[in-house]
Write a protein that binds this ligand. Structure first.
Ligand code: PGA
Length: 258
């Protein structure tokens, strides 16, 4: 993990916590960690819980993310949520292109690109997720898949936006499976992604952007993953649902910087 990039530890709560459960969680996490410094801690509840969680999170220096967004500012789009609505809840971040959205809800690279642009336009911070399926890794297609997803996701982004954007490398075969990528596999993929950013937006942009690893991150594997040069934090699913395990991951990650 680079000394110049503040790590991001983001908990993706998926379809689990209500507003009151989430608010209670961030209060407990805040008490457990004390004033958080040197790391951006973020939790991502469901849309309906954003406001309630953000109200408490702000008191503890914890950031809040939505798990998705729509790219239009307003209009006849029943069921959708616009960036400015997310901002109005007090949330500051938006997860875009998570593999579960891509796999189960028809998320496309084109949609991801529009969402990233809309989120940046609203002065929110995107966490852009990319990652290969198991069969793509086995077929030796990992780099091609990452290249397509990263280039599409960043197609409407300027170099100056990269300090407020995070990329998350999440191999789909490691999500929710307990099968973590090895630190070497994760580092290799994150270094490749950073190289793609160099080619597209230049070395300064690539040096600033935070690249997270996600996929079965746990307290006992966090330190080794987060100590890799090109890994600047984690996107954590299952292990972010309990205060103790999420706090453990945050502490382990913070310790790799000292
Ligand atoms: P996991 O999920 O930590 O449960 O593997 C990660 C994610 O989906 O972001």
């Amino acid at each position: 993990m680079s000394a110049v990039r503040t790590p991001v530890l983001a908990g993706n709560w998926k379809l689990f916590k209500t507003g009151s459960e989430g608010a209670e969680f961030v209060a407990a996490l805040g008490r457990r960690l004390g004033r958080i410094q040197g790391v951006d801690v973020v939790v991502a509840p469901s849309f309906t819980a954003l406001y309630q969680v953000a109200q408490v999170a702000v008191e503890h220096g914890i950031g809040v993310a939505s798990q998705d967004v729509y790219w239009e500012e307003q209009g006849a789009f029943t069921g959708e949520v616009a960036p400015r609505m997310i901002k109005d809840t007090g949330a500051g971040w938006v997860i875009i292109g998570h593999s579960e959205r891509r796999q189960f809800f028809g998320e496309t690279n084109d949609g991801v690109a529009r969402k990233v642009r809309a989120v940046l336009h609203a002065k929110l911070r995107p966490i852009l997720c990319v990652g290969e399926l198991e069969e793509q890794r086995v077929a030796g297609e990992t780099e091609q898949v990452l290249k397509t997803q990263v280039e599409a996701g960043l197609s409407m982004v300027e170099a100056t936006n990269m300090s407020s954007l995070a990329l998350a490398y999440e191999p789909v075969w490691a999500i929710g499976t307990g099968r973590t990528a090895t630190p070497q596999q994760a580092q290799e993929a994150c270094a490749f992604i950073r190289e793609l950013v160099v080619e597209k937006l230049g070395t300064n942009a690539a040096a600033t952007v935070r690249i997270l690893y996600g996929g079965s991150v746990k307290p006992d594997n966090a330190a080794e993953l987060m100590s890799q040069d090109d890994i600047d934090g984690g996107l954590v699913g299952g292990a972010s649902l309990e205060v103790e395990s999420f706090a453990g991951i945050i502490e382990q990650s913070r310790a790799t910087r000292t």
